[in-house]
Design a protein around this ligand. Structure first.
Ligand code: 8DG
Length: 182
């Protein structure tokens, strides 16, 4: 039931980011991703988006959990999150201007810098766990009037990637909070 996916393509100490031409996060650096298509699994969809947006095909894809959010107490949304590891010697010349924005390798330290106002606001906190912790998390982000208030990571089962029933059970907690069931 999550609509989006996101992937952080990692080469050594760098991540391939996209400076987005369009909303959401227009003008900011973010991972690569988009919307799942009908009947696609999260992994199939991620592989398609990576290919469409970067043409990269040679990587090891790790499921890192989900990023969910509520805005102003409702408007639940979310995305499946992945890290794709390419070899340190992988050649991919950037910057590249695409219809979606500008692709470029960014140093992890630069992305995480406390004074960096150019990245999606929940990216540093979520990326830190995705890169440095082997578990899968639900990175729940609470927004109020467009500003990130809180990032609440909760451990989730890694089978959430493939087990639709497990996902539906898990999402009930958010749907119930919003006052409706599916
Ligand atoms: N880091 C971060 N990324 C987000 C958040 N919300 C959100 O939609 N995204 C990501 C998910 C997607 O990777 C991207 C939005 O995708 P998109 O706008 O390109 O989707 P689209 O409808 O154009 O789909 P597509 O044509 O690319 O398939 O932004 C957020 O709160 N934090």
């Amino acid at each position: 039931m999550l609509k989006y996916n996101i992937c952080f393509i990692k080469r050594g100490q760098e991540i391939l980011l996209l400076n987005r031409e369009y909303p959401s996060w227009m003008g900011c650096w973010n991972g690569i991703g988009g919307k799942l298509e009908l009947h696609e699994t999260p992994r199939e969809s991620m592989i398609r988006e990576i290919e469409e947006e970067t043409n990269i095909r040679d990587y090891v894809l790790h499921f890192k959990g989900i990023v969910t959010w509520t805005s102003d107490g409702s408007n639940f949304g979310g995305m499946y999150a992945y890290v794709a590891e390419v070899s340190e010697s992988f050649e991919y010349q950037t910057p590249i201007k695409t219809v979606e924005g500008i692709l470029d390798w960014k140093k992890i330290d630069w992305i995480m810098h406390s004074q960096n106002v150019g990245v999606a606001s929940n990216l540093p906190e979520t990326l830190d766990l995705m890169l440095n912790d082997s578990h899968s998390y639900d990175h729940h982000c609470v927004y109020l009037k467009g500003k990130l208030q809180e990032h609440i990571p909760t451990l989730i089962h890694p089978h959430m990637e493939t087990d639709e029933w497990l996902r539906e059970q898990y999402f009930q907690k958010y749907l119930l909070k919003q006052g409706f069931t599916r």
